[in-house]
Design a protein around this ligand. Structure first.
Ligand code: ASP
Length: 450
């Protein structure tokens, strides 16, 4: 059996929901359907989840006009879909009641905000189940409390509780097609608690792991994952298959198709995942697997991301000083600064940090604390770096992969400020000045894909 998750753009209108129905009906294995809240119909539109946030803010500030405005807006949004789907059931009244009722919840309860947010997915799941039944596919709406999605009490950042999979497994015994709202679970106390934004992907992954699905299909509005950012590289290739480790590296370095945390449950349960397009379901999409069968280019994808800084520390004979690295890192730790990478020389270290963490006071404190505890020859922060990352598990089987990338950069006259490769050899990072980012990405892409 398969789990199919449909994102907000796949459920933004009646015509999109009809496509979803056709997709589900076309394959009897698609039994577990996880839905997002209705998303944007066009660029300028508002997502239902964002409207729910605005509704909550109006309620919190006792803005009666705002409360009515958003209640109407959200209910009308659902009603329009309901009407266009030709439904006649009482489900729309239940939805309206549920949306209106939110403005009676206790504002002192820390889960009230999450209950507002979750109303988008929760009501959409009822609507979708109703439409599927109306169209002749026996379906059942399953609330996360009935699906066994038991989570920790961390509002906006729920984690699945140990033991939840035991309960989720029982979904296999239900006969109908199951429509499960994404994005939230239920705490032990019975409160609604959401995952972080975009968290319906996480629900899909949890259900896939819990029911031991043969495949987790994540339907969105793109054909799959490009090997490089299409805004920078013209017509980049699609990745047809990649491993979870490769996806994790690419996601970290700037590819954002799926929610980061969504990979974990499916990966641990060894369920393959495929990203597919609701608007083009015949396209094979991009498959994410535990172990890749296709062998080809040693590099599957190239990511780039900007806004990094380098904290540079040097001291003659640093390598002989026991505890030097620990002292550097404890200065960072004491100031609550996280770092990303740490390329080192014999007498120097560069600590790569996201620039947004290096505010003026933090930067000042870092320099003075490092000076005080290490007496370095030099310590300074250099800003405006980008990281270009090449990713591929097969790189370790090939000789000359890094050489190919560095040759491409040198041909463009781009100097590499730093280079970082972990011993797993899943990725190699080239750190360049931000002004070279686009050119560097294009050059490396051509070296591997053209
Ligand atoms: N609707 C939620 C959001 O916009 C969750 C999701 O769509 O995955 O973040």
């Amino acid at each position: 059996m398969k789990v199919a998750k449909f994102g907000g753009s796949s459920l933004a209108s009646a015509s999109q929901i009809k496509k979803v129905f056709d997709i589900v009906q076309a394959d009897k294995q698609r039994k577990f359907i996880v839905v997002s809240a209705p998303g944007k119909r066009s660029g300028a539109d508002t997502k239902v989840t964002d409207a729910l946030i605005a509704y909550y803010k109006a309620y919190k500030s006792a803005d009666e006009k705002g409360i009515h405005y958003y209640q109407n807006w959200i209910i009308e949004r659902f009603r329009e879909i309901y009407d266009e789907l030709g439904l006649k059931s009482p489900v729309i009244n239940q939805i309206a009641e549920n949306i209106n009722h939110l403005a009676q919840l206790d504002l002192d309860n820390v889960f009230t905000y999450d209950t507002f947010l979750a109303a988008g997915e929760n009501n959409n799941a009822k609507l979708v189940a109703d439409f599927f039944n109306h169209s002749g596919l026996p379906s059942r709406y399953v609330h996360p409390s009935d699906a066994g999605i038991m989570v920790s009490s961390d509002p906006g950042n729920a984690r699945l509780l140990g033991g939840a999979y035991e309960h989720i497994k029982y979904l296999n015994e239900l006969e109908e097609t199951l429509i499960i709202p994404g994005f939230f679970g239920i705490t032990k106390e019975g409160e609604v608690c959401t995952f972080s934004r975009g968290g319906s992907d996480i629900t899909g992954s949890i259900i896939a792991a819990g029911v031991r699905a043969e495949l987790y299909e994540n339907f969105t509005d793109v054909n799959g994952i490009f090997a490089a950012h299409p805004g920078i590289v013209k017509n980049p290739a699609y990745i047809s298959e990649l491993t979870y480790r490769e996806m994790r590296e690419l996601a970290y370095s700037g590819f954002s198709v799926l929610h980061d945390e969504a990979l974990v449950p499916a990966y641990r349960a060894h369920v393959p995942l495929v990203i597919k397009n609701t608007n083009n379901p015949d396209h094979p999409g991009t498959k994410i697997v535990v172990q890749r069968e296709t062998k080809g280019s040693p590099v599957v994808g190239i990511a780039s991301s900007s806004a990094f800084s380098s904290l540079y520390v040097s001291k003659y004979l640093m390598n002989r000083e026991v505890g030097f690295g620990r002292k550097v890192l404890s200065v960072l730790e004491n100031l609550g600064v996280r770092f990303e990478h740490m390329p080192t020389g014999i007498d120097d270290m560069s600590i790569i940090i996201r620039s947004r963490y290096l505010t003026q006071p933090i930067s000042k404190a870092l320099i003075s604390n490092l000076t005080e505890s290490l007496h370095p020859d030099e310590v300074y922060i250099d800003r405006d770096f980008s990281i270009i990352t090449i990713v591929g598990e097969d790189m370790k089987e090939h000789v000359g992969v890094t050489a190919r990338a560095t040759a491409a950069l040198s041909k463009q006259g781009i100097s590499i400020a730093m280079l970082s490769q972990g011993s797993s050899e899943v990725s190699v990072m080239f750190i360049v000045k931000e002004k070279y980012e686009k050119e560097a990405l294009k050059a490396i892409y051509s070296a591997f894909f053209d």
